[in-house]
Design a protein around this ligand. Structure first.
Ligand SMILES: Cc1cc2nc3c(=O)[nH]c(=O)nc-3n(C[C@H](O)[C@H](O)[C@H](O)COP(=O)(O)OP(=O)(O)OC[C@H]3O[C@@H](n4cnc5c(N)ncnc54)[C@H](O)[C@@H]3O)c2cc1C
Length: 451
């Protein structure tokens, strides 16, 4: 990296929603900042997560829910690297370029931490087997792995004779009945049922989806009437809803719920909450709260540190009501302009301003052209909510070319059958499945294809 002695440098750790929107803001003229902006992320894209479940379930091409950082924030410098350490005294970040084994470092004048979150996995003595056996829905590889798994299960279930084992293979359990979990169960159920019409030995009764939610209702983030409407819809579609119940053990062939009931299944998708990126603790020296999040003041400054800022899922920033702002893309995006303005204020000797970002609304697609939505007091359900979800997220998808690609995918899918193929046999999709053991010359039973 060429060092330019007279120019200030702002280093942004993480180029997700928060980091990339901030990088774009910081390079705008309106802030009057003559600074070099460097984003460090392990990927050269970020995921437009509202479309991730659709990408996994084949409604859009997986690539189309990614946003290339270089294209999105062209005036910022991107380093595709793993952030590994901080030297707060000397104001340097340590990192390792992807594909290189050398540790490098870069100096900052302002540092912004936007490293996002991970799926929360509880310790083994509370819930065992999650890391070993469960699937997540956070990254592109997770979405692809779940889709590959679903196709693999259909192929296997179609080929075997034992009806009980077929039903176990086609029982998919989603743990966590809030927005992500409900979106996953709603869309994946449609994907599996539609795909199953191509498998002559699989009947609709062989397929089961279950949701487990510790709260006494699904979609607790929504008003009760919308949450009840959504729950009734899922139940009518045959999805088993277990509220007030958690999962205690996850095994490769079953789960054990909090009532001690053992339930045979093949696949568990874990969407029960998120936690700030554990990288924050590894970096050292940052003020962290008891959940491991970066503790910030209301103007996004990391508590007790000069010129270190935080935003997005990894930062705990008090909102106008004094409570931490929720970990959502819509929040991270709207935090970015205020962080940029505050960095400019520090550079120009002005006072910083607190953030005033509030939740605008929640939209949840439930599959089969239905959804629930609550936006600024407006409560909508059914087709209208689903259509609103699509219209709003299409408009929010960055850049015209990407919007067009997503729109074309949706139109094509409305008229053509999806491709029920695996996208790359992601190794995670084979979790808990038997490995090939056939040996040369070994006597093996005959298999008659079903009629
Ligand atoms: C399936 C799903 C659906 C969602 N739907 C919605 C929705 O409809 N509406 C909404 O508002 N929110 C939604 N969200 C939440 C939203 O995705 C997050 O709130 C948002 O991504 C937070 O932005 P961020 O910048 O804090 O983190 P992220 O966008 O996760 O970015 C963090 C970045 O840091 C990088 N990183 C992490 N560690 C390192 C390291 N050590 N070195 C280098 N780089 C690193 C990562 O690669 C990543 O690019 C959804 C989330 C999921 C999983």
């Amino acid at each position: 990296m060429v060092e330019r002695p007279n120019r200030k440098r702002i280093v942004v750790l993480g180029g997700g929603f928060g980091g990339s929107y901030l990088a774009k803001e910081l390079t705008r003229r309106k802030y009057g900042l003559d600074a070099e902006v460097v984003v460090i992320d392990r990927n050269n894209y970020f995921i437009f997560s509202p479309l991730l479940v659709e990408a996994g379930c084949g409604s859009i091409e997986p690539r189309h829910c990614t946003v290339p950082i270089r294209e999105f924030a062209p005036k910022a410098e991107l380093l595709m690297a793993e952030v590994s350490g901080l030297d707060l005294e000397r104001k340097r970040v340590h990192f390792q370029l992807v594909g290189d084994d050398q540790c490098r470092s870069i100096a900052w004048d302002h540092l912004v931490v936007a490293l996002g979150s991970v799926t929360r996995v509880l310790p083994d003595h509370i819930v065992s087997g999650v890391r070993e056996h469960a699937f997540f829905m956070k990254h592109m590889s997770d979405a692809v792995a779940i889709r590959d798994r679903a196709v693999e299960l259909l192929e296997l279930a179609n080929a075997i004779d034992d009806p009980e084992e077929r039903r176990r293979l086609l029982h998919i359990v989603v743990v966590g009945g809030n927005v992500t979990g409900i979106e996953v169960v709603g869309e994946l159920e449609v994907f599996v049922r539609e795909a199953s019409s191509q498998y002559r030995n699989i009947t609709p009764e062989d397929i089961t989806f279950s949701v487990y939610e510790l709260n006494d209702r699904l979609l607790a983030v929504l008003p009760e009437n919308l949450s009840n409407w959504g729950t009734r819809l899922l139940k009518r579609r045959g999805i088993r809803v277990h509220t007030g119940t958690s999962v205690k053990e996850v095994h490769s062939t079953r789960i054990v719920d909090s009532n001690g009931v053992s339930v045979p299944c093949s696949t568990v998708i874990w969407t029960a909450g998120i936690a700030p990126s554990p990288v924050l603790a590894q970096l050292g020296g940052l003020p962290l709260n008891k959940f491991g999040g970066l503790q910030c003041e209301s103007d996004y400054r990391a508590s007790g540190l000069d010129n270190v800022w935080g935003l997005g899922d990894c930062a705990s920033v008090p909102g106008p009501d004094g409570k931490p702002m929720p970990p959502l893309a819509q929040i991270a995006i709207r935090q970015a302009p205020q962080v940029a303005a505050n960095i400019a204020a520090v550079e120009q000797g002005r006072r910083t301003q607190p953030g005033h970002v509030q939740l605008q609304g929640v939209l949840v697609p439930l599959g089969r052209h239905r959804g629930v939505a609550s936006i600024k007091g407006l409560r909508v359900h059914g087709f209208a909510a689903w259509a609103m979800w699509r219209a709003i997220y299409l408009m929010k998808t960055p850049r015209f070319g990407r919007r067009l690609r997503v729109l074309v995918d949706w139109i094509v899918n409305a008229f053509c059958t999806k491709d029920y193929v695996q996208l790359g046999m992601h190794p995670a999709s084979r979790r808990g499945m038997a490995r090939p053991t056939c040996k040369d010359g070994e006597e093996a039973p005959d298999m008659e294809p079903h009629r």
